[in-house]
Design a protein around this ligand. Structure first.
Ligand code: GLY
Length: 371
């Protein structure tokens, strides 16, 4: 269900009536005050309330249902994002994600478990449709936080994951071939010109409606809080479309694509990973919430940080603002939540006892990234 801006204001005011008064108190308090029980909530990027993979529930709905039936929060979130990873219609995550410049689908994911204070991730993994499950196994069965490339695939194979030769769908391969046709077919351009040519080809494909702009850096982040105040998060992606093979963005990096502190809250991101990595913004947001900021203010502060750190001309539009978008999704231990973005026309998914909804995110800037 889409909501307009007025509904959004009403929702956030309604959802956080308790927030108004405590916020003044929190400004003086070093830690977020935690009630004994909270209203369960699951928040995600907008694709978390769009794709169903042929079933009857979206990611946030599934996760909320499992969580409120007593399932572990992280197990519930991963069951939710599995729907999007497996759905070939989302070309930004898992199976059918847009491939790298060589036409190979390489996936990234990380997860954090608030109560257990444990985390795990994989990057550049090939051949496994649901990297989120492998990230969880890294967390549960190893002493490590991040396993990458062939090592990640070997780890997955060793613990029983099915390894497939190719995660492309007909659609993702067709789009890759279209992109490839538009740039120097031999890739003999000098590296700078090749990057420019690749970017130009991609933006032309967006303009022609072949690729959803959101799927260039498309990702799903999903965070949940249960009635006992337990918080977890997961982020999973196929990363930047047509990336240089081996490129890793923000999604599998703890503190960038995801950060959870079980005593404070969770934050995650979608959008241009390089901009988020530079400021480790999910960590920044959780630290802001620890100091008492409301999730929305904490997220907008991260957007401001990204704007301040974006100074290269090639990354600026005619107004001198970033020419890309980044979104953040956050919730705190009181059950307050928000979605924010650099630019308008961004939204996020949320599920509470009122059911799953798609809600307009709060933008930092006006206009469009590329104007
Ligand atoms: N945020 C996803 C990526 O940049 O890879």
């Amino acid at each position: 269900m889409e909501m307009n801006r007025r509904d959004f204001v009403r929702t956030t005011v309604g959802a956080s009536l308790a927030a108004a008064a405590p916020r003044t108190l929190l400004a003086q308090a070093p830690n977020v005050m935690t009630p004994k029980t909270t209203n369960p909530v699951v928040i995600a990027s907008a694709n978390g309330n769009k794709f169903k993979n042929g079933g009857d529930m979206t990611c946030v709905h599934k996760a909320w249902t499992m969580m409120t039936q007593g399932g572990d929060v992280l197990d519930a979130l991963i069951a939710g994002v599995n729907i999007v990873e497996l759905d070939p219609l989302d070309t930004s995550v898992g199976y059918g994600g847009l491939p790298n410049a060589d036409g190979v689908v390489q996936l990234d994911s990380c997860c954090m478990h608030g109560p257990k204070k444990r985390a795990g991730g994989v990057a550049c993994i090939e051949g496994v449709r649901t990297p989120s499950n492998v990230a969880q196994k890294v967390m549960e069965t190893t002493d490590h936080h991040l396993i990458v490339g062939q090592g990640a695939q070997r780890f997955a194979r060793s613990i029983g994951f099915k390894i497939e030769d190719d995660l492309n769908t007909e659609e993702s391969r067709r789009l890759w071939l279209d992109w490839k046709r538009r740039i120097d077919p031999e890739h003999y351009l000098d590296p700078e010109k090749r990057v420019e040519a690749g970017h130009r080809a991609m933006m032309a494909m967006v303009a022609e409606g072949l690729i959803d702009r959101q799927h260039i850096h498309g990702t799903i982040n999903c965070n949940g809080l249960n009635a006992q105040g337990e918080i977890c998060g997961i982020t999973t992606t196929s990363g930047l479309a047509w990336k240089i093979p081996g490129r890793v963005g923000d999604s599998p990096i703890l503190g960038a694509g995801l950060y959870v502190d079980g005593d404070v809250g969770a934050a995650g991101s979608t959008g241009r990973g390089e901009a988020n990595l530079y400021g480790l913004c999910s960590f920044l947001i959780v630290e802001n919430m620890r100091r008492g900021m409301h999730p929305k203010d904490a997220g907008l502060d991260a957007c401001r940080r990204i704007k301040a750190n974006t100074i290269e001309k090639r990354l600026l539009n005619s107004r001198g603002d970033p020419n890309f978008n980044v979104n953040f999704y956050m919730l705190n231990r009181k059950g307050e939540f928000a979605g924010v973005a650099l630019y308008p026309e961004s939204s996020f998914a949320v599920c509470t006892e009122d059911g799953p909804k798609t809600v307009v995110s709060e933008p930092l800037l006006q206009g469009k990234p590329t104007d």
